[in-house]
Design a protein around this ligand. Structure first.
Ligand SMILES: CCCCCCCCCCCCCCCC(=O)SCCNC(=O)CCNC(=O)[C@H](O)C(C)(C)COP(=O)(O)OP(=O)(O)OC[C@H]1O[C@@H](n2cnc3c(N)ncnc32)[C@H](O)[C@@H]1OP(=O)(O)O
Length: 328
């Protein structure tokens, strides 16, 4: 079992600020400012943890990955001898960009090996997320893991911008623009044509993902980064079974709940392979399980997530379509 290289002070990812770093608000530019800044929480004068930053998703709300990562950073504050291994999140209300996210942390259980923290992320009187995060001390044991599937190396695959340009004549301009938008992480689809044009009854999605900027060697930040990445594109997996729904830009999607298990101390400074599969979608909800691998095949984490998909309209032939889909 790999272990974190250094114990953490519990203050990683949090810092007292005298000066305020740029509040981007619009969600633009995280590829330049980097995830470390997005995950760093500040202390208000009353000692409460908060974040003024906004990484905005396609609905114009705070990106769920920002909230998961910040909840991990908040829950880890003050814990020095154990590490987050499971993170259960409910997304209760959309986070409003431009409003600070405040985090309240409560210890629900403190045992000899385990400790469970509850985090409430709020904006004013609205509870945006509730998270229950469990920590464990290190404990040697035999292990096994699911093998990493074969995938071409990320360097051999197109960037999303290149995919958007290559298929510009076959997808709506708005979809190509979405593909071209830059985030804190870069992503390479293993099979872009399957994503854009094919119905995949197995509802499987594979991609490589990598942060745009290096992260400090801080174990809490590394875990927060996996939390961020685990909400990026994986929720789209159920749409693999629904032909072209992905490029129908009228679809509204919102993560409802998310569980992340951190199997090993993560290192996120290189490409990670995500192998995701959706066992079910229906009633406007889609469920996904995704496995996150280091390039050497080490299984770092597993996530399951339920996502809300709305905007379907009946197509008059017993099926559904999504507005904005190009005519065939
Ligand atoms: C080529 C293609 C490339 C593709 C390129 C992809 C890009 C790359 C993507 C990577 C993928 C990232 C994936 C991100 C994933 C998150 O970032 S999601 C962010 C985290 N999750 C959330 O914010 C959800 C928070 N929870 C909630 O909002 C509420 O609990 C829920 C789920 C809406 C349920 O509340 P409720 O009151 O029971 O809601 P309900 O009455 O059923 O529905 C009404 C609400 O639904 C929402 N809603 C429903 N339908 C719509 C709609 N059509 N429009 C807007 N809002 C709607 C509104 O919030 C609405 O509330 P009001 O505005 O009316 O007050």
């Amino acid at each position: 079992m790999s272990t974190p290289s250094t114990p953490h002070s519990g203050a990683a990812g949090t810092e007292k600020f005298n000066t305020v770093a740029p509040d981007l608000g619009s969600g633009e530019g995280w590829d330049k400012l980097g995830l470390a800044e997005l995950m760093r929480l500040r202390f208000s004068d009353s000692g409460a943890l908060y974040s003024p930053h906004a990484d905005v998703n396609i609905n114009g709300a705070l990106f769920g990955g920002q909230l998961i990562g910040q909840a991990i950073a908040a829950a880890s504050h003050g814990i020095s001898d154990r590490w987050a291994h499971s993170v259960q999140v409910s997304f209760l209300a959309p986070g409003h960009p431009g409003e600070e996210m405040h985090y309240q942390v409560r210890t629900l259980m403190q045992g000899r090996s385990f400790q469970v923290q509850q985090v409430l992320g709020t904006q004013g009187s609205r509870t945006v997320i509730s998270a229950t995060i469990s920590f464990q001390t290190e404990e040697p044991s035999p292990d096994h893991q699911r093998a990493m599937p074969d995938a071409p190396p990320p360097e051999s695959l197109r960037t999303l911008q290149e995919v958007g340009a290559a298929y510009a004549d076959r997808i709506p301009a708005a979809a190509a623009r979405r593909l071209g938008q830059s985030r804190a992480a870069e992503l390479r689809l293993v099979d872009p044509e399957a994503f854009l044009f094919r119905r995949e009854p197995e509802a499987r999605l594979r991609f490589w993902v990598k942060l745009q900027r290096d992260l400090p060697d801080d174990p809490v930040l590394q875990r927060a980064a996996i939390g961020y990445l685990s909400d990026y594109w994986m929720p789209l997996t159920p749409l693999m079974a629904h032909l072209e729904a992905k490029i129908g830009t009228g679809l509204y999607l919102a993560s409802l709940n998310h569980t992340l298990w951190l199997h090993r101390a993560p290192r996120v400074d290189d490409w990670l392979l995500v192998d995701a599969q959706s066992p079910f979608s229906g009633n406007a909800r889609g469920l996904t399980t995704g496995h996150f691998y280091q390039r050497d095949g080490t299984l770092l984490a597993t996530a399951t997530q339920e996502c809300l998909f709305r905007g379907w309209v009946e197509d008059g032939q017993g099926g559904f379509r999504v507005p904005g889909m190009p005519a065939r």
